[in-house]
Design a protein around this ligand. Structure first.
Ligand SMILES: Cc1cc2nc3c(=O)[nH]c(=O)nc-3n(C[C@H](O)[C@H](O)[C@H](O)COP(=O)(O)OP(=O)(O)OC[C@H]3O[C@@H](n4cnc5c(N)ncnc54)[C@H](O)[C@@H]3O)c2cc1C
Length: 459
């Protein structure tokens, strides 16, 4: 069957459904296509399920620490992995079915379930249906990158997607990769009761962060008994009876990690390889990310790329922000640009890391004269009261502009506290506005103005 629409959206991740809502409200007749699970990565195998699991892990952690707070818990603290998974599934499902029913009941929106491929710059095929439109929005997201590692074809391994089916406690989980996805799983499974080893080929964990942030993250994980193996430059894997054996170096007698399960978390790749992009003329870069301009327009007029498939940010909020930019430009006559957004994200280890703007290393690299201030969580009374003194916060300010350049808050509430700083950055206000603000006691945020009173030149 052939169908002519005003717009086609491929993928129901974090940009597609909201865009469908806005386009149909504007009176357009649209088609949206999903090949697997409504809501995409965040809802089914990313943010929502992992943060739900992190919450279960935190409950186990706090139960084990109950005595620190004068609370007696009798008996062993055990985690029922089937119940943990059931809770996670229920929360994911609520979100997934909510999106599905919203799209299917949306006036002007036709939902196609199947794999979409371009047949021309204006045509997309889904099974028997050939759809056409003058506007096509690609929101196909990404999936776990499987590294080219010797032995991988002879062992079973897990990714963030298959981890969602785990309803048992791995005896020993080896995780290849030492960044955001890896570290969340590492701490979570350690708290559930597994032995966990993180194997990272770089010299430190979360290598994009400043060294002091990486070091503090490592301390947090080591303190909970996560094993960390760094500088594992040349890895290979093999099966040895019940164990997966990871060789972590090429040199003779190199250390190996023997584990019951192997999780690969070394990055993401875009879902652009089986999209028929060659027939549409849309250009991709060497890693398959769709190339686009600051308004998210691809190399072909009438085709936009939103979310993880464009490689500009790999977060739910960046994908959603892509939707907001495209909708504002197409429907609101605005000229919004991705260049205007300030990088911001969190890492949901516990305590979490909230980040905004430049790192200290970025600031040095760019040769910006800056001021810096730092405060350990041991000097934040809210953190002490809650028995969570790990981490620190750090802020960077332009020496001439007096504008905040960036910040890291690794500590309790860090994922929330960072927004007060981020908003001042968006406002373009000098740091003194935040320094003079009266904040509520006792909070972590109340120490941000105090910290700003301690700025010193960045050496
Ligand atoms: C373990 C993990 C934890 C994460 N935690 C966080 C977090 O805490 N915070 C955060 O901001 N981000 C987090 N992320 C990242 C976040 O999940 C993604 O950045 C976000 O989901 C990207 O959304 P998207 O809109 O680009 O596409 P996706 O959500 O990936 O959706 C793309 C959709 O397109 C569909 N699709 C693909 N190809 C086709 C095709 N050819 N035809 C039809 N349909 C197709 C897919 O099935 C999918 O449903 C996490 C990611 C992972 C893996």
């Amino acid at each position: 069957m052939a169908g002519k629409y005003d717009a086609i959206i491929i993928g129901t991740g974090q940009a597609g459904p909201s865009l469908a809502g806005r386009l149909t409200q504007a009176g357009m007749k649209i088609a949206i296509i999903e090949r697997k699970s409504f809501g995409g990565t965040c809802v089914n195998t990313g943010c929502i399920p992992t943060k739900t699991l992190v919450a279960s892990a935190e409950a186990a952690y706090m139960a084990r620490r109950a005595q620190d707070f004068g609370v007696t818990v009798s008996g062993d603290i055990r985690v029922d992995m089937k119940k943990v998974k059931a809770r996670k599934d229920a929360i994911s499902e609520q979100s997934r079915t909510g999106i599905e029913s919203w799209l299917k009941s949306m006036d002007g929106c036709t939902v196609y379930e199947g794999h979409a491929r371009f047949e021309s710059p204006r045509q997309v095929r889904v099974g028997e249906d050939l759809l056409s439109a003058d506007r096509i929005f690609i929101n196909t997201g990404g999936r776990a990158l499987i590294p080219d590692m010797p032995g991988l074809d002879s062992v079973d391994y897990l990714t963030n997607s298959s981890m969602m089916n785990v309803d048992f406690l791995p005896r020993h989980l080896a995780i290849v990769g030492g960044s955001y996805v890896s570290l969340e799983f590492a701490q979570m499974y350690r708290r559930f009761g597994s032995e966990v080893t993180v194997i990272e080929k770089g010299a430190r964990l979360a290598g994009r962060e400043d060294e002091d942030v990486s070091d503090a993250i490592r301390e947090i994980l080591l303190a909970e008994g996560v094993h960390v193996r760094l500088d594992a430059e040349c890895m290979s894997v093999a099966q040895d009876q019940e164990d997966v054996v990871v060789q972590t170096s090429c040199s003779n007698g190199a250390p190996e990690v023997r584990a019951s399960h192997l999780l690969l978390a070394v990055g993401r790749r875009p879902n652009t390889d089986d999209l028929g992009l060659e027939t549409s003329g849309v250009s991709v870069d060497s890693r398959g990310f769709i190339q686009f301009d600051e308004a998210l327009r691809t190399s072909v007029p009438g085709i936009w790329a939103l979310g993880d498939c464009n490689g500009r940010g790999a977060f739910t909020h960046t994908s959603y922000n892509d939707f907001e930019i495209v909708a504002a430009n197409i429907l609101g006559g605005e000229s919004r640009s991705v260049a205007d957004r300030i990088p911001a994200y969190a890492m949901y280890i516990d305590p979490p890391l909230g980040r905004a703007g430049l790192t200290e290393a970025d600031t040095r690299r760019q040769g910006i004269a800056a001021l810096v201030a730092k405060r350990p969580m041991t000097r934040v009374s809210r953190a002490v009261e809650k028995g969570r003194e790990q981490g620190f916060m750090k802020i960077l300010v332009g020496a001439e502009t007096k504008r905040i350049l960036g910040a890291a808050v690794l500590g309790i509430g860090g994922d929330e506290v960072i927004h007060g700083i981020l908003d001042i950055m968006y406002a373009g206000a000098p740091y003194t506005v935040l320094q003079k603000a009266m904040h509520i006691h006792p909070t972590v945020s109340e120490l941000v103005p105090t910290m700003l009173g301690e700025l010193a030149p960045l050496e």
